[in-house]
Unconditional design. Structure first.
Length: 270
């Protein structure tokens, strides 16, 4: 005879939170039945099989990532997400460190979506919630309007969450920010270079930006104006930036940002 257990018991067996269990059940990945009172009950044998067949999924999600997925995947308000981010910032030395941690969450979300373990609706809702909460955080960090970083994505790339993470880091370091956002024509960036308040341009390329030639031509078009106006160009994200870009410094983590900027800004000023 099958033995049926609660959502909390499944979460404990799998080593995840209850929100993850409910999410997998809603997606049909983890079968369940409902009691007359509407509570989920799971077959122990089926849970064991799920744990075996989805071991790769569990191995890609660290404890920190799972905690964040619990926060952002449940019925969470922007205010609650904002509070959770501020609490996390209080335990870490900088916004850069927190941005790296949240960056792991975005990677895990992408892996789960591609593997069919997260619906596109859930992925969009999670991303929107995180983006709004980060914007709220950024609005509370003063930045210098006379030393601004332009925030934009690579050509044709619609994903701006990397910029949202970068913004809180940049503002904590004393710089102002100006959003040009997704799919910004290079002509707009060259105009921004001529603005005396622009000291750097940050370009984010998600994993969808795979055309190295396109990215190379985009940077080549930006090179002359950025060089003439001594504007530092930062290249981030998991996109395929050229190995030897015409202009720009490649950043692999947010934690590299402070050291990199201190070095390049001292060169620019000399």
């Amino acid at each position: 005879m099958s033995r049926w257990i609660s959502t909390a018991a499944v979460a404990k067996q799998l080593g995840v939170g209850t929100t993850s269990v409910k999410r997998w059940a809603e997606q049909g990945l983890l079968l369940c039945r409902h009691t007359p009172g509407g509570h989920r009950r799971f077959d122990v044998d089926q849970v064991t099989e799920f744990m075996r067949s989805h071991s790769a999924l569990k191995s890609t999600v660290s404890n920190n990532v799972e905690t964040w997925l619990e926060i952002f995947s449940g019925p969470t308000s922007q205010h609650a997400a904002y509070d959770a981010i501020l609490q996390a910032r209080s335990r870490l030395p900088s916004w850069c460190a927190l941005a790296d941690e949240l960056g792991e969450v975005l990677v895990a979300v992408g892996q789960m979506w591609r593997a069919g373990n997260m619906s596109i609706t859930t992925e969009h809702e999670l991303s929107e919630l995180l983006g709004r909460a980060l914007a709220q955080c950024a609005s509370t960090i003063p930045g210098n309007p006379d030393k601004r970083c332009i925030l934009a994505t690579a050509p044709g790339d619609p994903h701006t969450l990397g910029l949202s993470l970068l913004e809180v880091c940049i503002r904590e370091m004393g710089y102002g920010t100006r959003w040009l956002g997704a799919r910004t024509p290079v002509e707009e960036l060259t105009k921004a270079c001529a603005d005396p308040t622009t000291c750097m341009i940050a370009l984010s390329a998600s994993g969808e930006s795979r055309d190295v030639g396109l990215l190379d031509r985009y940077l080549e078009s930006l090179k002359a104006d950025a060089t003439e106006n001594e504007v530092v160009v930062l290249l981030g994200g998991h996109g395929r930036w050229p190995a030897d870009p015409p202009v720009g410094l490649r950043l692999m983590t947010f934690s590299e940002l402070p050291t990199t900027l201190r070095r390049v800004m001292s060169i620019v000023r000399s």
